[in-house]
Ligand binder design. Structure first.
Ligand SMILES: [Zn+2]
Length: 493
């Protein structure tokens, strides 16, 4: 049973999937106009852990995350640099993926982009206009009418008066109500624009998530996530658009999960305050898994303060778990190779220390899962990893001291302990970038064979330019080709 805090009800609720054994998730993605900062990374790492947990306990997970690739900020950046909006968006989408790879964030099932979802967005706006939830202005702008929607404000629990008091509302006399927001913006010179029933233009921000979730997850899906800063107005507007277009107040996301803010040295992160850290900046100093560990060590709803001291602490903690992980790997390797069978006598084994260890591991795994089942409490779950690490290290030290050998029944138990530790680590998403997997090296071998064959083919045809380019480019990548009697071999320099 999974319980979690639903922002809509402001209480913990038991998760009841729409479809048994499946979970569908929509998380608002980035606007690719600059490099993601540490605060941007938090929702994606949070959801990555939640997804991993659901998958581990047997759910089929579908996860959709968008790119807002048509946006004022992108257009402004493109104009500053004198390049196209799509060049800016492509550049920062690439950067997003690089950073998320370093943080071990598994890819979404779909990454819809605004520029590729225009027909669906237009169709939804048309429905809203037809149903009188939206209106067109003379210039071709289309606005959502908050007053037409009686349940507007239910997520943020704001009344119209509070909204106006709290939000910086642009005075726009053309709007029926100051809180009305743009669904479609009429084209301005030099901006990307698409044909629509209201003339050339582009979508407003909020409508994309309503159209995309409908397209890729259907009228109802389980979870909607994002940073708490998106609750109002973005998520409020998404709910309004989707439920009014679909004519069903139970449609759209069934549950709302929001992660807390990240501060820097207890102040708000901002470029002007000079405390703006991109994930890339941090990755230059700390390994991706350490940064990830730093993020998930704190429960996702709690505020998280980033500072040099705390990330160094996270690095030390991560290192402690890593030692236990390495010790287990070594024990497993010994068991698999069973070196002890060769001409060595068993020392006196008076008790079975692995018996206690495996019992403890099973208990800690169920405690770990209980923590995850209680609002995805990674902070508590990780504390059980430390407990297991301590027991593993004690066993390992006895093994190093020659007091015990992981053989017979103990061998099986150690293998199980290793499985438990790996299950925990893979839920948290650490110890994966430790070394390349067997599948990776097999793929590299296959690719290298193709490259070497192409070079041989070029040489046979006296195409020295191609043959030399392949050799030089490989050399630049740190790979050296050697002619041997068995043919061309390659090695890393
Ligand atoms: Zn969104």
């Amino acid at each position: 049973m999974i319980q979690f805090y639903n922002t809509m009800s402001r209480s913990k609720e038991i998760f009841k999937p729409l479809k048994a054994g499946e979970v569908s998730i929509y998380c608002c993605g980035v606007t690719p106009y600059n490099k993601p900062h540490i605060g941007n990374a938090r929702p994606f790492v949070t959801w990555d852990v939640i997804r991993r947990y659901f998958a581990r306990i047997g759910y089929k997970v579908r996860y959709v995350q968008n790119f807002t690739d048509v946006d004022d900020k992108i257009i402004a950046a493109a104009n500053r640099e004198g390049v196209s909006w799509s060049e800016i968006a492509d550049r920062y989408i690439r950067n997003y993926f690089q950073v998320m790879d370093a943080l071990n964030v598994q890819p979404a099932d779909v990454y819809p982009k605004v520029s590729e979802t225009i027909p669906d967005i237009i169709a939804m706006i048309e429905t809203l206009v037809e149903k009188n939830f939206a209106y067109r202005l003379d210039n071709g702008d289309v606005f959502y009418s908050v007053e037409a929607d009686k349940s507007y404000g239910k997520l943020s629990r704001r009344k119209f008066e509070d909204m106006q008091a709290g939000a910086r509302v642009e005075i726009d006399d053309r709007k029926r109500h100051p809180m009305d927001f743009a669904l479609w913006k009429a084209a301005k010179p030099g901006e990307p624009a698409w044909d629509s029933p209201w003339g050339k233009g582009r979508p407003g921000w909020h409508i994309e998530c309503s159209a995309m979730s409908l397209k890729y997850l259907g009228e109802k899906f389980d979870f909607h996530g994002g940073g708490a800063d998106l609750i109002f107005p973005h998520h409020e507007n998404e709910i309004a658009q989707s439920q009014c277009a679909l004519g069903d107040e139970n449609s759209f996301a069934q549950y709302w999960v929001h992660n807390g803010f990240i501060t820097i040295d207890n102040t708000k992160m901002s470029k002007s305050a000079g405390n703006f850290f991109t994930v890339e900046d941090i990755l230059r100093k700390y390994p991706g898994e350490v940064v990830r560990f730093f993020l998930v060590q704190t429960h996702y709803r709690s505020p998280l303060d980033f500072n040099e001291e705390r990330i160094k602490e996270a690095q030390i903690s991560y290192g402690r778990l890593k030692i236990a992980y390495n010790n287990l790997q070594e024990l497993v390797k010994q068991i698999e190779e069973d070196k002890f069978l060769k001409g060595k006598k068993d020392p006196m084994i008076t008790l079975s220390p692995a018996g206690g260890l495996v019992e403890g591991a099973e208990r800690l795994l169920s405690a770990f899962d209980d923590a995850m089942n209680d609002d995805f409490n990674t902070a508590l779950a990780i504390s059980y990893m430390f407990e297991l690490a301590r027991d593993v290290n004690a066993y390992y030290n006895d093994y190093i001291a020659g007091k015990i050998l992981p053989r017979g029944a103990d061998a099986y138990m150690i293998m199980r302990v290793s499985e438990v530790f790996t299950d925990m680590a893979s839920t948290i998403g650490i110890f994966e970038n430790v070394e390349e997997t067997a599948a990776d090296s097999e793929l590299v071998d296959k690719l290298m064979k193709i490259i070497v064959d192409i070079r041989q083919y070029a040489r046979k045809n006296k195409n020295w330019t191609v043959a030399d380019k392949i050799r030089d480019d490989l050399k630049a990548a740190g790979i050296i080709l050697e002619d041997t009697p068995q043919g061309v071999k390659w090695k890393q320099a």
